[in-house]
Ligand binder design. Structure first.
Ligand SMILES: Nc1ncnc2c1ncn2[C@@H]1O[C@H](COP(=O)(O)OP(=O)(O)OP(=O)(O)O)[C@@H](O)[C@H]1O
Length: 266
């Protein structure tokens, strides 16, 4: 049984308009899978459906099984049991995940207390270790800081620490670097790369950016207008894209790369 299996997933809005259709893929323990596509292609809705968190008014069809739980039809109580413990999400904008009224330390403590029953000195120590692990220095200050007192990169590190605190089997990263400066982007990618490696966490990495997904994932599915148009090892997709849309993604990444190299050569 796969850790995650998505079988012919469909998502419709209230009027019956199809937003995602016939999307199928699997994630095995420790896999690194990319979902690539332009804005509006259905990446985020696929991720939200996997977590059983589609916005009100949207309905899912098909099958989603995450660690043996039917994330479309199981009672809410069972689906809640999966979130944070079996699978967690890091979003593009860390402020989505962080509570503005709670210090970073208390937010990281939340899942550790809830899922692992930690408290007292052991909990404080685990929070400090989680902050250390995401390479935040000055952990005491950061633990006491509110989200608005942190930089974008620090906030994303806190969100990653929270997401990984209970050692989920699957981490879904939905455009986790898009809102960050280029240098910070590279640091966050390196961090994710290292942490999923160290803990053997499976990674479902969602992005519109082919070079970014090539950096962290091994296999990818290309989404366009809510459908998977091509799947395969990333190196293969880049070397021999068969779908015209994948080809445009590869061509534009190449043009960008060439322009960057040109700028450096000047
Ligand atoms: N709550 C909603 N109600 C109705 N339509 C929605 C809703 N959320 C998303 N959509 C539509 O579903 C489609 C897929 O959206 P989705 O957010 O999954 O795209 P995406 O690939 O993640 O794009 P982006 O990279 O811009 O986030 C889009 O056409 C979007 O407008």
């Amino acid at each position: 049984m796969s850790l995650l299996s998505v079988d012919s997933l469909g998502v419709r809005d209230q009027s019956g308009r199809s937003l995602v259709s016939d999307v199928s893929f699997a994630v095995e323990p420790g896999d690194r899978i990319g979902l690539i596509g332009e804005s509006g292609s259905g990446k985020s809705l696929t991720a939200l459906a996997v977590m059983g968190l589609l916005p009100p008014g949207l309905t899912a069809s098909g099958g989603i099984e995450l660690d043996g739980v039917d994330m479309i039809r199981a009672p809410e109580r069972r689906r809640t049991g999966v979130r944070g413990r079996v699978a967690s999400v890091v979003f593009q904008e860390p402020l989505t995940a962080l509570d503005p009224l709670m210090t970073a330390g208390r937010q990281i403590a939340g899942p550790l207390r809830r899922f692992q029953g930690m408290k007292g000195a052991a909990l404080d120590e685990a929070v400090r270790a989680a902050l250390d692990e995401v390479r935040l220095t000055d952990t005491d200050r950061i633990a006491r800081a509110y989200p608005h007192q942190l930089s974008g990169g620090q906030r994303q590190r806190v969100a990653i620490a929270m997401a990984l605190a209970c050692r989920p089997k699957l981490l879904i990263a939905d455009e986790p670097t898009t809102a960050l400066d280029v240098t910070v982007q590279a640091e966050i990618l390196d961090l994710l790369d290292r942490l999923v490696d160290v803990h053997g966490t499976a990674l479902l990495f969602i992005t519109h950016d082919l070079p970014v997904v090539a950096r962290v994932a091994r296999q990818a599915h290309v989404l366009r207008a809510g459908r998977v148009v091509e799947s395969g090892p990333i190196t293969e997709l880049i070397a021999h894209p068969t779908d015209p849309y994948t080809r445009t993604l590869v061509d534009s990444a190449r043009r960008f790369d060439a322009a960057l190299r040109g700028a450096h050569d000047d």
